[in-house]
Design a protein around this ligand. Structure first.
Ligand code: PLP
Length: 263
């Protein structure tokens, strides 16, 4: 039996981000993927052109249907887009866990696209903090997302640790704070931080100069979800996912007229 992951995310018809990217990554890692769609986008490799949210109730019904049917080992969320979806998922999760299910929850707190289009409507940050972070196994913010959720500015690696600790106060078991948006570190180094209440792992690597790619956040969270579904611990799955993504960033695919992609 293949391990199973359910992704809850937006559709990117250009195939570099969102559910299309998630399903490709899950398949590459030998995981069966289900996908509940939160919103459609009009989008090319150059950026988001439009957003068409599905009614929140419809999104939550899709999730309920497939959660109880597939019984995935891991659920991964991407662009949830509406506070009613975020809070509704929190309630639904409570029902599911009360019945004895114990999937891991990987939350990629998507706020905006790499090209600056807003992908979360008003009230979304509060919904994340109040209803999703308390049940999250691994939260995977980039620097702007960690700043928005924690309310703390991040200018260097000391700030990264402080913001990650601030985010742990909202209840996730682990935070994987991605340092790719930090100002350049010495010697072209790059660092991500994985932190829990007991552990702290700095995952160092070499920056690929000039990389402006599409869909890196979605693919990292999916690779991490796949590793967890295969039974790796959070530190093992996170380190493998980060190292896999860094290799991909070094050899992106240029499939369209815009930015490169990694899957
Ligand atoms: N479209 C969807 C559906 C997404 O989930 C995301 C990001 O998570 C994006 C677009 C933006 O991707 P990028 O930041 O790589 O432009």
């Amino acid at each position: 039996m293949l391990p199973k992951v359910l992704t809850i995310a937006g559709s990117d018809p250009s195939g570099g981000a969102g559910i299309q990217a998630d399903l490709k990554v899950l398949a590459q890692f030998g995981v069966y993927g289900g996908a509940a769609v939160t919103a459609l986008t009009r989008q090319t490799s150059a950026g988001v052109l439009g957003l068409f949210p599905l009614p929140a109730q419809w999104v939550l019904e899709q999730i309920r249907d497939v959660l109880w049917d597939l019984r995935p080992a891991v659920v991964k969320t991407g662009m949830l887009q509406q506070p009613a979806v975020i809070s509704g998922l929190g309630r639904l999760w409570g029902d599911y866990v009360r019945e004895g299910a114990a999937p891991a929850l990987v939350v990629d707190p998507v706020l905006s696209s790499g090209t600056g289009v807003n992908l979360l409507v008003g009230g979304g940050l509060e919904a994340f903090r109040d209803d999703l972070l308390p049940i999250t196994t691994v939260l995977t913010p980039n620097v702007p997302e960690a700043e928005a959720l924690s309310g703390m500015p991040i200018r260097g690696i000391e700030d990264m640790a402080a913001a990650a600790e601030g985010l742990l106060q909202y209840g996730p078991t682990w935070v994987l704070l991605k340092g790719g948006h930090l100002p350049e570190l010495a010697d072209d180094r790059i660092v991500d931080l994985l932190i829990s209440r007991e552990e702290r792992h700095w995952i160092w690597g070499k920056r690929t100069p000039g990389a402006d790619l599409h869909g890196t956040g979605c693919t990292l969270a999916s690779a991490l979800a796949a590793g967890l579904a295969h039974g790796f611990s959070v530190p093992e799955a996170a380190t493998k996912a980060v190292e896999w993504l860094r290799q991909r960033i070094g050899a992106p695919l240029f499939v369209g007229q815009g930015r490169g992609v990694v899957c």
